[in-house]
Design a protein around this ligand. Sequence first.
Ligand code: HCA
Ligand code: CU
Length: 391
Amino acid sequence: MSLDQFAIIESTLREGEQFANAFFTSDQKVEIARLLDAFGVEYLELTSPAASPQSRIDCERIAGLGLKSKILTHVRCHMDDAKLAIDTGVDGIDVVFGTSSYLREFSHGKDIPYIIESAIEVIEYVKSQGLEVRFSSEDSFRSDLVDLLTVYRAVDQIGVNRVGIADTVGVANPRQVYDLVKTLRGVVHCDIEFHGHNDTGCAVANAFCALEAGATHVDTSVLGIGERNGITSLGGLVARMYVHDPVAIRGKYHLPLLREVENYVAGLVNVDVPFNNYITGYTAFTHKAGIHAKAILNNPSTYEILDPADFGLTRYVHVAHRLTGWNAMKQRAEQLQLNLSDDQVKHITAQIKMLADQKNLSLEDVDVLLRDYHSQMVAAEGLDILPAAHG
Ligand code: HCA
Ligand code: CU
């Protein structure tokens, strides 16, 4: 598969609901679903209808919206849950079962033959109802490899649409993800999904490695919200894949909507979008050092691998600091429509750098200094004395 063929399973309305601060009303869920659909994600994954009465109602409501994104709901590998899920009108069902020794011993207490038996029962039933079905093993990276492959092979043989690898605890590193997905790719014929938690900051890299190794689907959530510190973020994956192939990503997704959906979700869960967030962070397109600023002004590709305009954003050259340079200052003077020669700009830049050594300047401070200097120059020209530029 070419890397551009991947699909996003957007799980803000499932994994994201497991974020500590998340409480979405029914209308808010609909708004999130509509925004993500307009952004262009291929799938939306919703909380199990078995979770609570309102979860079931919301699942039915979103399944009935007629969105372009396919609607999935996420259930335990259990016939009762599967039946409830099918009745909501969703397009497909994501089934999950814990295969790690931790979960087998301390959570559900079931052995591998039992897991396979119940997986087959549920998958065959969901398929008989004409729905798409995925089987995933929770905590895959702490599961025995032979157990894992035995389960995946069994579900692949009965025609599951996708198998999922879940790094439930965020323990995996990119090479381990690559190796496991590559091995699995040699064992099953169906699609492969990756779900990765971000406990050690590898969630985006792990998702990318999964795709490189042959995975077809990646789970994301807006801003990465989920259990603990969350999973692969939608923006992070989009940034990573954009750098891989900007044309394909611009074609697949409506990129300027990213900021809107992030701001909306951030507001609902009462967090700020982090300053260093992929693409939309406050400083994501801010350039500071004089050398960077000069090069960026000549050609943005020198220090930018993502074009902010593709995301409806603009770059910012930070000039009010001691590392500034005259090229950046000249651009600021031009923005203020102050006509100064290069020598004059160099002169005032030197003064501003000296001041910036004494205190933290604001852009307003710089603008005042530039305007004052410009007025002095204009006055001097009127008097026909112009020594200041070389002073
Ligand atoms: C959990 C479940 C899950 C499921 C992932 C999947 C995980 O909340 O523990 O269905 O692939 O991280 O294992 O989110
Ligand atoms: Cu998870």
